[in-house]
Design a protein around this ligand. Structure first.
Ligand SMILES: C[S@@+](CC[C@H](N)C(=O)[O-])C[C@H]1O[C@@H](n2cnc3c(N)ncnc32)[C@H](O)[C@@H]1O
Length: 256
């Protein structure tokens, strides 16, 4: 397999990405706890190749969904999946599913003006792809403007950033891999350079692929939500993904 070692989300690493993000536990949580309880259009920010949004389209016939991502390689892969499956193709042709290329910290540049959403999803720690405070603040302002009055913004991220773990074996392109996550934490404990180590179990070859540096600032998030007229409606720490990593799921709504 061809690897880009600097960035897990490089288009060359699509097979790795597909191998790593296959679980559906978070989608069931989203379906049962959120999407089934709200009417209106659902927007997923940083939808990647559609693991979440496409499954929601399958589960909720009649509802409208928008997936937004800034990486055309991932969106193209998403479009290929849509074209290969009748239910998804129909939804796409009926305008029930829209895929938008754009930056989640600049939603006004890629979403129709004044369009609001009843559910906005940003899951799988994708919030942390926004590396600067300016980008993160712009994202929260965008959410505030785009969320219906009684809508819910669901922000989900991993709690165990600092833990290094072995993942169960996974298969990509018919080759079994063992995945190990490695973290290097800065002295102040705030920055973590995260990487994944992939061992090809047929050849024993080991490759390390980096992920963006992660910055974890829960207090900044709480302050910034308040400053932008948003508030936490519910904090759920119960969910674990398939690798056993604990997740924090914040349900966020308008403050007033
Ligand atoms: C961890 S993946 C999550 C994909 C999908 N939500 C899932 O759970 O399977 C992160 C995605 O964030 C996207 N991304 C990173 N920064 C972004 C930005 N500023 N605007 C939109 N998408 C972004 C990447 O292209 C990648 O597809």
């Amino acid at each position: 397999m061809d690897f880009d070692e600097d960035n897990l989300y490089h288009p060359k690493n699509i097979d790795l990405y597909k191998m790593m993000y296959t679980g559906k536990g978070d989608i069931t949580y989203l379906s049962d706890r959120l999407v089934s309880k709200c009417d209106g259009t659902v927007l997923e920010l940083a939808c990647g190749m559609g693991r979440v949004i496409l499954e929601l389209v399958r589960r909720f016939p009649g509802r409208s969904f928008v997936g937004l991502d800034y990486h055309d390689a991932y969106l193209n892969k998403c479009v290929k999946i849509v074209q290969s499956e009748g239910t998804l193709t129909d939804a796409f042709e009926l305008g029930r599913l829209r895929l938008v290329e754009g930056d989640m910290s600049d939603m006004d540049s890629c979403l129709p003006p004044d369009k609001k959403y009843s559910v906005i999803i940003l899951c799988n720690s994708s919030f942390l792809h926004l590396e600067t405070t300016q980008q993160r603040t712009a994202l929260l302002k965008g959410v505030k403007n785009r969320l219906e009055q009684r809508g819910v913004f669901l922000l989900e991220y991993a709690l165990d950033f600092w833990r290094t773990w072995d993942w169960k074996e996974k298969t990509a392109s018919n080759i079994p891999y063992r995945i190990r996550k490695r973290n290097t934490v800065s002295q102040d404990g705030l920055y973590s350079t995260r990487s994944f180590e992939f061992t090809n179990l047929q050849s024993d070859e080991v490759r390390t692929v980096s992920v963006t540096p992660w910055l974890f600032e829960p207090s900044w998030l709480m302050d910034s939500l308040r400053e932008n007229g948003l508030k936490i409606l519910l904090e759920d720490n119960a969910f674990q993904n398939e690798s056993g990593m604990r997740r924090r799921i914040l349900h966020i709504g308008h403050a007033g």
